[in-house]
Design a protein around this ligand. Structure first.
Ligand SMILES: NC(=O)c1ccc[n+]([C@@H]2O[C@H](COP(=O)([O-])OP(=O)(O)OC[C@H]3O[C@@H](n4cnc5c(N)ncnc54)[C@H](O)[C@@H]3O)[C@@H](O)[C@H]2O)c1
Length: 327
């Protein structure tokens, strides 16, 4: 049966990859994207998807969200829209409080008003593993861990997760939350680590390495994350949260070294050219040391597993930034 899905933040990195995937996998469905088109957005990300309706607007505008949910009979809402860059949350946290916290609150209120207790609807809240804080040398984040956010970004995401949880428990709104590790892949803004590094390498410019470069992140190809979001909005149990990760831990410096070699290979230049551009810079304030995800629950209960191995995912990413990405 075809239906209408509302995707917030669908002109950003993960949201746009998700919209492409949903159109491919559910061609009969109607897709509405609600996006404020901040600096992080690019409506060109939806090129080739003329049938997708793009509404420029703020998730804080409850009346607009109510109108969209009612007009199209939306029963699935996938919420990606956020201020997402940790560095920006340190220099200017206010926008993070507005969009991530107040915006999520307004979306929840709109869904509560329009869906009025209909258990067949789904509010899928896309969140991050950063809400759990930082790990030591061992252990992994899982759904039962206590929240301990360290940056204004992760604090506002943590707050929004709590609001979503409360709307399930208090009002019976059928919400599902996902907490995912670091994504990489095509269509990510060039401010983020991997696209920034590729861009600098291609332009023979210094590549900043924060601190000692020994911070560990668990990297997941964006298409695998989108498949997990598709799985959870379809099969996820209301009130539940699911941790999503690639079981793919890399120290930032090791990742940059691999990326340097792949870019040199792609550009047909001597190995070592890009590595010579690495420049150590002062570490980010409050920089979490290690993130890693235990994704056993979503694998066991919903049958999702990552498919793309890191090297081939990185090769696809390098090729997209060097050849296909808007300059
Ligand atoms: N990128 C990652 O590695 C990662 C990992 C785990 C979870 N997440 C979460 O996934 C979601 C998407 O992340 P991303 O990397 O694609 O972000 P992004 O910054 O690339 O895109 C965010 C999108 O949201 C839109 N937006 C921002 N404020 C808005 C508002 N007030 N109203 C409507 N639209 C607004 C922007 O215009 C942009 O299109 C976020 O909620 C983020 O917390 C990201």
């Amino acid at each position: 049966m075809s239906e209408t899905i509302l995707v917030t933040g669908g002109c950003g990195f993960i949201g746009s990859n998700f919209v492409h995937r949903w159109r491919r996998e559910h061609p009969a469905d109607r897709v509405i994207v609600l996006d404020k088109l901040t600096y992080a957005a690019d409506p060109g990300q939806l090129q080739g998807l003329e049938e997708v309706e793009l509404v420029r607007g703020d998730i804080q505008n409850r009346e607009l969200v109510v109108h969209l949910l009612e007009r199209a009979g939306v029963r699935k809402l996938v919420h990606f829209a956020a201020e997402s860059h940790v560095d920006n949350s340190i220099s200017g946290p206010a926008a993070f409080v507005q969009t991530n916290l107040v915006g999520t609150f307004q979306l929840l209120e709109a869904a509560r008003q329009v869906w009025a207790g209909d258990p067949g609807c789904r509010f899928l809240h896309v969140s991050t593993d950063e809400v759990y804080g930082a790990l030591g040398a061992t252990g992994k984040f899982s759904e039962t861990m206590a929240y301990a956010p360290n940056s204004p970004y992760s604090a506002t995401k943590a707050g929004s997760d709590h609001l979503v949880r409360s709307y399930f428990h208090t009002f019976g709104l059928p919400t599902v939350t996902t907490n995912c590790s670091n994504n990489y892949g095509p269509r990510q803004h060039r401010e983020k680590l991997i696209p920034l590094a590729i861009t600098r390498m291609a332009g023979n410019q210094p590549i900043p390495v924060y601190g000692d470069g020994q911070q560990v992140r668990d990297w997941l190809f964006v298409e695998d994350h989108c498949a997990a979001v598709e799985t959870t909005v379809t099969l996820g149990v209301p009130g539940e949260t699911y941790c999503i990760g690639g079981d793919n831990e890399w120290k930032n410096l090791d990742l940059l070294n691999l990326l340097c070699d792949l870019v040199d290979e792609a550009l047909g230049r001597p190995q070592g050219t890009s590595r010579a551009l690495q420049t150590f810079v002062t570490d980010r304030a409050g920089h979490d040391r290690r993130y890693a995800i235990d994704a056993a629950k979503i694998q066991r209960e919903l049958g999702w597993a990552p498919r793309v191995d890191f090297r081939s995912g990185l090769e696809k990413t390098v090729s997209w930034y060097l050849q296909d990405a808007p300059k």
